[in-house]
Design a protein around this ligand. Structure first.
Ligand SMILES: [Zn+2]
Length: 451
């Protein structure tokens, strides 16, 4: 309960980046994805148990158990989990979770409550590890005022929109699946006030985890949840002011790019202080990105624009302002180098700026030509998939994000789905999902559609 192994922790989505078979013979292929709900160590400390909701196997249902031996010398094991699992977003368990048969009924985790005793810190960061229970900020205000600080880092950084307090936390929890006791709690991570004051200069955001388009299980780096961004100095006194502020910011940001929303909320963030811990490195990268320009070194822009970089959207926006943006993007989209390709996808999905519209006559032919040139050789370790499946999926997500719904693009996607049929049904299905989205057809299963 609450155990972690390397970067594995409960309530985060993980994508398998190298297939494996666990100690009990459970086969998990490359690209399998799921949400870890519990990590435990056997009483005699010989085995690691990971219970996860694997996509396609146990979505929202009973978890699948993976077992790894402590003394293993190959495969997933302590200190080597990063070779096998890529960490994605936090996915909290649904509140109305069905208990497993014969398990005690898990109580829903209590809603966060204001804790007046936390007012004792008077806006300063606690210099000890204390449990904040469900609260993410060490202040006495109502948790309704608490927001995530941009960018997301390995450690949680959250701020209060009412009193301004900023707190660095790590999260622990259990969904109650085995214990009947669901809980999530945040522990403060002692951090020097100098560093906390620097973190406090970054904007706050509200992430709508339920608001991403309904597509298919994919690498976390390709999923973008809608966000609302608040400048760092935003303060509200009460719920009515918060509602009014969010209505105003929502209206302002609705028609703007994410890069604009983030960039315009970042003002006067001072130089990186010494000794910022590695787990807050995302803030250092983001601060650097605020000081690069469209004319900066192309390799620096490219590394910032990687889909896994916290500065991805800012850098992609700078790249798209370059006079040679179109040529750079198409070259990168055709590159064999995975990092270069990643930056190309980051540009393509936000490339409205350089196209006259989704009907731009250059777009469909060039993108479809690159797609047509991708290898259809089977993947070595994964039956039923082509070795270029991640490339196809990245293109499909970018085309959908861009809203490139010209007849030429739709015809091309239809041809792609037909071509992949029998070679990689996941890519073929993904192409159909994107076609539906571009045609305005609801991809959600019926039970999720509004009546
Ligand atoms: Zn507060």
């Amino acid at each position: 309960m609450g155990a972690t192994v390397d970067h594995l922790e409960s309530h985060h989505r993980y994508t398998v980046i190298r297939g494996f078979t666990d100690a009990k013979g459970v086969r998990v292929p490359f690209e399998a994805s799921g949400v870890i709900r519990m990590i435990d160590i056997s009483d005699d400390v010989t085995e690691i148990y990971i219970d996860w909701e694997r996509e396609g196997v146990a979505p929202g249902g009973p978890t699948e158990r993976l077992t790894f031996l402590m003394k293993a010398t190959d495969g997933p094991r302590t200190n080597h989990m990063r070779t096998y699992f890529e960490k994605g977003d936090l996915v909290m368990p649904p509140r109305e979770r069905k208990p497993a048969a014969a398990a005690p009924s898990p109580a829903a985790p209590p809603a966060p409550q204001a804790d007046p005793s936390l007012a004792r810190f008077e806006g300063l960061h606690p210099q000890e590890e204390i449990c904040l229970n469900e609260n993410r900020v060490a202040c006495g205000c109502d948790p309704a005022f608490h927001r995530t600080v941009w960018p997301l880092a390995q450690l949680g950084v959250n701020a209060c929109l009412r009193c301004g307090a900023v707190t660095v936390t790590r999260q622990v929890g259990d969904d109650g699946h085995h214990t009947g006791n669901a809980w999530t709690a945040y522990w403060t991570v002692p951090t020097s006030q100098v560093i906390v004051d620097w973190l406090a200069q970054f904007p706050r955001m509200n992430i709508a985890y339920g608001g991403a388009p309904w597509r298919w299980p994919m690498a976390a780096e390709l999923v973008r949840y809608p966000i609302l961004v608040y400048p760092a100095d935003t303060r509200v006194a009460d719920q009515a002011s918060l509602d009014a502020l969010e209505a105003r910011l929502g209206a302002e940001q609705a028609a703007q790019s994410r890069a604009w929303c983030i960039g315009s909320a970042c003002t006067n963030i001072s130089a990186v202080p010494p000794d910022v811990p590695e787990a807050l490195n995302a803030f250092i990268v983001a601060r650097h990105a605020l000081y690069i320009r469209p004319g900066s070194d192309l390799d620096i822009l490219k590394s910032h624009a990687h889909l896994r970089s916290p500065s991805c959207e800012l850098a992609a926006d700078l790249l798209l302002r370059r006079p040679d943006a179109y040529g750079v993007m198409m070259e990168w989209l055709g590159s064999a180098d995975a990092n270069t390709f990643s930056a190309g996808v980051a540009m393509l999905r936000d490339a409205r700026r350089i196209f006259s519209g989704p009907d731009d006559p250059r777009l469909a032919p060039q993108v479809l030509r690159i797609l047509d040139g991708l290898s259809l050789e089977p993947a070595k370790d994964v039956p039923g998939r082509v070795e270029t499946c991640l490339r196809f999926e990245s293109f499909l997500v970018a085309i959908a994000d861009l809203g490139a719904n010209s007849p030429a693009m739709l015809d091309g996607l239809s041809a792609l789905a037909a071509k992949l049929h029998g070679k990689d049904r996941y890519v073929a299905d993904a192409a159909r999902v994107v076609m539906n989205e571009l045609n305005g057809v609801d991809n959600r299963p019926p039970e999720y559609r509004k009546s």
